[in-house]
Write a protein that binds this ligand. Sequence first.
Ligand code: ZN
Length: 382
Amino acid sequence: MSNNTGEPFRYDAEVRPGEKRHIMYEVGESFLGDPIEIPVTIINGVNEGPRVFVSAAMHGDEVNGVKVVQEVADRYDPQELSGTIVCLHVLNVPGYRSHLRYLPIYDRDLNRSFPGSENGNEGKRIAKVIYDRFISQCDIGVDFHTSTRDKVTIFHTRADMSDPAVAEVANAFLSSVVLDGAGSEGMMRRVASENGIPTITIEMGEAHRYQPAMVDLALENLHNLFAYFGVIDDEFESEPPWQRIVGSKEKKWIRATAGGWVDMDWGPYPIVEEGKSVCTISDHFKREEHVVVASFTGLVIGMAANPITVPGQIVAHVVSIDEDDRKIIEEIVDEQGYSRIGTYHWMGRRVTPKEDLRRSTDEPTTPDEPETTESEPERGTA
Ligand SMILES: [Zn+2]
């Protein structure tokens, strides 16, 4: 219902209540001296209400969120809004043009450059314009990311849950898995949240990929968030049906212990079991097999997308879960499959139960290949 109480939205121009405006906004200059412009849509509702920004491609190769923002910009009508939706389609335009995470060519991380500065490096200058013109004019924010290239991440939220205002945003987005923490210095969500603009980061899928099922989930959750905060008039849930808030000590990057080919040993659910094999790394002749063992039972929230590894490279990102969590995760996977929560390449238990049993032991075992005249093969555990 319209009561026409909306206010103009000001960046350095004005978008009047009831107007949707698409603009290209200059945030810097390219090496040719021409403007770097970011695509922005401002949907200013006829009624007053909170101002929510949604942003994507802070890292230029993380494109799932670009589709989310494009859809938001298209589907909401200012005549039906109470408040404002500010769509920052592509924050890092130079990176996006080059399909690169960072600002080319000196690898500035735009997401460590906030709130920016007028006299700083090129990243800080761009951040300053984005922050002053758009972010600081908003009340709430959702910033969309994916994993870095050659990694996969399930759909999850990163948010400072110790801040009640941020937790409210995370819950309104129906965040099931939340990595709790304020984030690094210079991160947009951290700076915005500290300045009273509670902001969360959504991680979804892979860099360089368009994963429609996850985009749809993000749009559904955003719709719930808009309804919860009264930006749109619709039914909403106040929190997700299940939530796992993960503290800093409850997650672990599991790293390769050898170079070679990685075979994941978990499945069919994205769960690794304490004391059991996460993956086996083998050389080309299968003379050496290194088993990477899980130190706790956990949900695989991320993993390498590339099966070729060297010692120290990440093979999986795992968060601890209890038995109740496990049941719910299994139900979700049984009901929805994997597509909505994430992609798991080359996932699966490709070993027989007997082999699995052998691999689950902590003690090194003797390989069962026939004796050869070559040097003694070794098998190690890690
Ligand atoms: Zn990112």
